[in-house]
Design a protein around this ligand. Structure first.
Ligand code: ADP
Length: 219
């Protein structure tokens, strides 16, 4: 066990983590990412959200990405990698981050390795949100009605699941081999899943920022 005097930040060995969250479309990555970012005091960086806001604002990047997104295909690396590289270079990602939606392909794993090596840092853990594909299709059908995302139609959802299986699922084995994988059951209440993730991360030594821990009476 490690410890430091309360309030003594100069010798506090606690650092904010560098995390990835991986899972099938509809597994709840975005929902959990926002909550985890708050708990660990790190920015949640979602490539899907960045692309969607570019589409909405009709930027050049958005115009180029839109057709791929609407079809449920991955946006080409030529557009995605530069975007991620510049986002990770921003100051708020200096001491930690939670990436949601990147890397999505084996090639992007190599790109991320390269970016992090350039910064002299490494990943702390990769969260796998594990969910039954039939359940996620159902969730996405509901979300299509609620949010009107153009890539949530039944046909596109099925295609996104296939793309996930073919291109993203191999990442699970890669990060498993690196001993970074923390697998969590994605089914259940949102709070329950968040608690499962934070507990699983705590078991590998990644703990929430002390002053955000529930029940602390700091100050
Ligand atoms: P999902 O519900 O599948 O997790 P996201 O919100 O992460 O969806 O992404 C939506 C779409 O944005 C994807 O289908 C893809 O077209 C594009 N996209 C997001 N991240 C990436 C990435 N890392 N590489 C390529 N395309 C991406």
């Amino acid at each position: 066990m490690t410890s430091s005097a309360p309030g003594d930040t100069s010798t506090d060995i606690h650092t904010t983590p560098r995390l990835l969250i991986i899972g099938a479309p509809g597994a709840g990555k975005g929902t959990q990412a926002v909550r985890l970012a708050e708990a660990y005091r790190i920015p949640a960086i979602s490539t899907g959200d960045i692309f969607r806001s570019n589409v909405k604002n009709e930027t050049e990047l958005g115009k180029q990405a839109k057709a791929f997104m609407d079809a449920g295909d991955v946006v080409p690396d030529s557009l995605t990698n530069a975007l991620l590289r510049s986002r990770l270079a921003e100051a708020d990602a200096d001491s930690g981050f939670l990436l949601d939606g990147y890397p999505r392909t084996v090639q992007q794993v190599g790109e991320l390795d390269d970016i992090l090596a350039g910064q002299g840092v490494t990943l702390d853990a990769v969260i796998e949100l594990d969910a039954d594909p039939e359940v996620v299709v159902d969730r996405l059908r509901t979300r299509a009605g609620l949010e009107g995302r153009s890539d949530d139609t039944e046909e596109v959802v099925r295609h996104r699941l296939t793309v996930y299986r073919e291109q993203t699922e191999p990442l699970i084995a890669i990060y498993g081999d690196r001993n970074l994988l923390v697998t969590v059951d994605a089914l259940g209440e949102v709070d329950e899943v968040t608690a499962r993730i934070t507990e699983a991360l705590a078991r590998v030594g990644i703990v929430v920022a002390p002053d955000t821990a529930v029940g602390t009476a700091a100050n």
